[in-house]
Design a protein around this ligand. Structure first.
Ligand code: 2P0
Length: 389
């Protein structure tokens, strides 16, 4: 993996090595770093990769940051730096990983090959002899419809940045680049969760074209109109808890074998630019219309790939249909979107909050609807389970 990282990231990695070689970085057994990162929901989706190794997306994407769904991560050093002249790449320990749920109960303790390669790639040039023990906790319920890879990889990279005290070595722009690029290499959508600031409500991940080729990407916050602040509501409606048949990683690859991906990609840049402008201008109806359109476009790609990735299941389609009729009838500022799972995200302005919650109450009471759980994003606090049937 290290060979395929962007040149600018290699330069920052060399700076870390220089820092170590000059005796300014010491890592001892037990040293630790900590970070917490939010999840995000894409409004213009990342679906399909130009290059699997480099994690280059086929299109620009744009997300809303989900402050109420966070992963907290601590990394702890196993081993220590050997004295200058005695460095070795032999590690006495292996990397470790454990994940707890919101109740503090361990739900995973086996480290994946992907995470081992990822940690090796980050540490390779300047700390090859140490290992990391990674302890993560999701402060959102397992099965609430939020995948933990975005917040998970962003928090992991943030915790390593804290361990290395990159603030003392890199300027703010370099810190941002280091974190968002490593998060991207861990999991594409994680780059949109790796921002340094707390006011980064909307984030875009863009491809950079150089001589007709895309080898680099950037991740930046979008300048948003202040009326968005403290005016947004977000819920996740979990309609089906059966495990996915097709993972996101497989889905990205499968998207290449359907002609609908060509149709989706042909117009996506225009939607992306229009959505960005609508966020700057606080044009809610345009944000709503384009978000729903791209969700449908991505699910059309997913459903027509072979094998198909069917997340728009019958309960999801029924729910969306009821929600849209209610929304249109009442002319409310709210919209839906759907990721790689049968869980509908609803986004609304405050003036629609109570109407949406009445709708959700009524929906849960419908006899023919499947059992659902609804989680309300509290943005500054942990999410809240609204109801269950
Ligand atoms: C997104 N998703 O933009 C899209 C929409 C799901 C649907 O990015 O292979 O876990 O680790 O880069 O980021 C999920 O895919 O995939 C995803 P990898 P990732 O959020």
């Amino acid at each position: 993996m290290f060979d395929s990282i962007p040149d600018a990231l290699k330069v920052l990695q060399s700076r870390l090595k220089e820092h170590r070689d000059s005796g300014n970085m010491e890592l001892q057994n037990g040293d630790h770093g900590y970070a917490s990162s939010p999840s995000n929901i894409a409004l213009i989706k990342y679906w399909g990769k130009e290059d699997k190794l480099l994690q280059i997306p086929l299109n620009n994407s744009l997300s809303l940051t989900l402050g109420g769904f966070r992963t907290h991560t601590q990394v702890r050093v196993l081993g220590r730096f050997l004295p200058h002249g005695h460095e070795t790449s032999a590690r006495p320990f292996s990397h470790k990983f454990a994940l707890k749920n919101e109740d503090g109960i361990e739900i995973e303790n086996i480290i994946s090959d992907k995470m081992i390669k990822f940690l090796d790639a980050i540490l390779f040039p300047f700390a090859p002899e140490i290992s990391l023990s990674v302890q993560s906790q999701n402060f959102f319920p397992t099965g609430c419809g939020i995948a933990s890879s975005a917040s998970g990889y962003a928090a992991l990279v943030g915790a390593i940045a804290d361990l290395l005290q990159i603030k003392r070595i890199f300027n703010r722009e370099e810190q941002h680049y280091w974190i968002t690029q490593w998060a991207r290499l861990g999991s594409g959508s994680a780059t949109r969760s790796g921002m340094l600031g707390d006011d980064d409500l909307f984030v875009c991940w863009e491809r950079i074209l150089e001589n007709g080729e895309v080898k680099l990407t950037t991740t930046e916050k979008i300048k948003h109109h202040p009326l968005w602040d403290r005016n947004l509501c977000h819920w996740v409606v979990v309609l089906d808890k059966t495990p996915k048949e097709v993972s996101s990683s497989q889905g990205h690859l499968l998207s290449k074998n359907t002609p609908l991906q060509i149709v989706r990609l042909a117009q996506i840049q225009q939607s992306y630019q229009t959505l960005k402008k609508a966020i700057e201008e606080f044009n809610f109806s345009v944000v709503a219309q384009l978000s729903e359109q791209d969700a449908f476009a991505m699910h059309a790609v997913m459903q027509s790939s072979q094998p198909a990735a069917r997340y728009l299941t019958t309960p999801v389609a029924q729910f969306i249909s009821h929600f849209v009729s209610f929304r249109n009838r009442n002319n409310l500022n709210c919209f839906w979107t759907l990721d790689a799972g049968p869980n509908v995200h609803l986004v609304a302005l405050k003036n629609a909050e109570s109407s949406v919650e009445h709708f959700l109450d009524d929906y849960m009471g419908l006899e023919n609807s499947a059992p659902i759980n609804i989680y309300k994003n509290k943005f500054q606090q942990n999410c809240l389970l609204l109801g269950r049937s």
